[in-house]
Design a protein around this ligand. Sequence first.
Ligand SMILES: Nc1ncnc2c1ncn2[C@@H]1O[C@H](COP(=O)(O)OP(=O)(O)OP(=O)(O)O)[C@@H](O)[C@H]1O
Length: 892
Amino acid sequence: MAAVAPTNGLILGALKKSSVLLVTTAQAQHPNCPVPAGNDLILWHLHLTLHTIWICFKLFLGCFLCRHYCKLGSTREEKCVIKGSCKENETNENIIILGACLVGIIGVSLLVVYNCSGQFLTIRERRKARSRENAIQLARQQLRAHQGWKAAKQIARKHVTGVQDHLSRTFSRRRSFRQQTDLENSSHRVQEARLMGSTGPNERSDSIVFSAQNTSEISEVMPSVVMDISNDGEVVATNDKPAPKGKHRSTQTQIFKYAYGEIELEKARQEENKNMSFTGVLAKVKELQKEMTRPLLKVEFKNLTLSLGKRKLLRSVTGELQPGRVTAVMGPSGAGKTTFLNAVAGKVTGYQVTGSVLVNGAQGSIRSYKKIIGFVPQDDVVHGNLTVEENLWFSANCRLPARMSHRDRVLIVERVIESLDLQGVRNSVVGTVEKRGISGGQRKRVNVGIEMVMEPSLLILDEPTSGLDSSSSQLLLKALRHEALEGVNICAVVHQPSYTLYNMFDDLILLAKGGLIVYNGPIKTIEDYFSTLGIHVPDRVNPPDHYIDILEGIVKPESGIKAKHLPVHWMLYNGYEVPSDMKDDLKAMGEQSPDVDINRSMSGSTPHCLPAGVTNAFAQERNRLEHRLSKPGDLSSRRTPGILKQYKFFLGRVTKQRLREGRLLGVDFLILGLAGICLGTIAKLSDPTFGMPGYIYTIIAVSLLCKIAALRSFSLERLQYLRERESGMSTLAYFLARDTIDHFNTALKPIIYLSMFYYFNNPRSSIGSNYVILLSLVYCVTGIGYTFAICFNPGSAQLCSALIPVVLTLLSTQRTTPTFLKNMSYPKWALEGFIIANAKRYPGVWLITRCGLLFRSGFNIHNYQLCIVVLFMYGLFFRIVAFVAMVLLKKR
Ligand SMILES: Nc1ncnc2c1ncn2[C@@H]1O[C@H](COP(=O)(O)OP(=O)(O)OP(=O)(O)O)[C@@H](O)[C@H]1O
């Protein structure tokens, strides 16, 4: 009892310290949260954390009471006899209690961190936001100054000539004197003007000479520009603040200032360009083309045919996508638009593909250019537990050239945020199905932004405007048009665009059902083409709607032409060969109009697709594996960050995700702790069994809980992973980063479980030896969990994770189970490790009398280290299996 009292005080003291720490942490956060919502949030966190501490306190009190009553039990005397010294036993118990206290303190501190983790991230973001806002203000001021300075230059130029002429003609002493006085006055005015602002760095070298008479006029136009008057009466524009150099330049505010300076200038240029004449626009485009830094990608597809068994999803698709143009892909639902995009981007696996896709006129795999191809999927595959900015930054970091400076990256990301109008939600978490985040339209824009920030040369978008209102769609199209000006080849599937939106595209690919092209060319000429077929768009009808209605069969063309013949008309119009399986259509058309030359147009055989029976399921699977394992050489000439750098980015991302999921982890720990209390109490410790029942329960419970937690690591973000992999990110970096962060749990979970189990069960082995075994067990089962998560669908993976530990533990404890099978199951090694750790604590004769159990179970007292090694090896083996499975993973 004497030993318990000081320990009680110790726990109370520790708890007090924790609560003080908690309050101080919250108070430290308080001044940084000027927003009332932030204060509420902190109070809520405080409340939650204090509540948790109160629960922990009650738990510990319960532990002490239990412990106190146990001490009065009969087992204690027996233990004293076995160990030989009661005094030594008491010292051990005190160490255990101290250990438990420490564990408690760690637990409480962790809960504090977990509860406030989200806040840490928010505070960081807020600080960054403040420096960004300052930079935006500065940039806008500078732009105003820049514009003012330009206007002033124009005024000055106008006056300089006139005044000089005037002066040369009527030069007089009196006038000269008056001018001198004016100069002095204006000098004072300019000195005042100097205090008001500065010009942009671009204007530093600019200087202009003009009469001081005009100074007041100029200072009205450009209030923030700085001027200096030289002794001879000349006014020279200067910058009063020198451009920051060296280290200073790389501060966050400076970087934002640079980025927003550029963005504001671009905006101003766009405003100027609005009123430009056609020739002016052409000149501007040429100018921009000279500045282009991205490689240009021209994609041609010839006789592209895609089949799935006997069914043809795309048929003889021929055409091209040109750089610097925005192409719309339209057609009825199910026509094969998504399939077409996938075929162009080289993302088709498991299909039979014939025909060819040429990049810049050269034959080869388009996957060789995947580092400069952006693909925006139809579904918004974004990370729900990251903010908008974090999503964009991750893509920029991993996919932009590794050598690009941070300053330029900031400019690119900020430009995309501005152009997609995401400024207001940049720090909001995107949200998941369970947790609401930003709106659907904003999510869609983030989905597009992820691809825009990597500066693609070919940008393919599957329904980017679906779910967006008219203004957001136009905003998005404007952003895409701006990209096209830089030479990007853009191709997007769109549904029912408004007339304005439709006219924002340059080209159109119109697909009919069955994956056949009806039209491919400039939007401007589509009406001319269809009018040659006698199809005219009625007044007040949007042209694309009319054509799609015809293709759907809702509207019958006045000319009597059949909708199903439109693809053949297109082939004949362009002189393409008509596949032989479409000869019936051709004949029917020939009967309708005798101009159609059937023999010339028809191809002799079916060159585009293989007979359906040839490609069986096995061949398809082989195809898929070849596609997955073959690594086409990289022709994109872009060096993205290597595996190590990507690992760093992945690590940062997973850490943020885990911090935001802090409560989920807290629940995991709580369940483990409760399991420890329950199993430690239920399992009666008896010397003849070395506490075997308790350890069997432990192995089952810990395996089950840790495996299910490990499933979350890889099964939840499968689609995101596939998207990242397709864009060229490293699977190894992704896998290692997740595993590295999970090591934190691997180390902590055994502590939490043992802090309860060890205390309630009070086994003979040391807490250290138990921890090592449990650590290796958790490492092993986490690896198995990864394998299940990657190889099976979530339902099956959960079932396996629940069943396997129970079945294997039962197998390994049955005497009738063959030794080979026993050795194959990991619970056998964990159990052996625990039992040996206990057995080693029995001195000589006490061990000999209990040797029977060891023999019967096939355990060897010298195998303790082997058990640990085997468990770690299992963990490593399953991690390798999981990684290989991940590499071979296909998109379901
Ligand atoms: N892997 C597949 N298995 C079975 N059918 C498929 C597969 N891929 C495509 N299809 C079929 O091919 C046709 C074209 O599909 P796709 O998704 O390309 O159409 P879409 O024009 O994009 O349709 P929507 O406009 O409705 O999105 C559909 O009938 C679809 O069922």
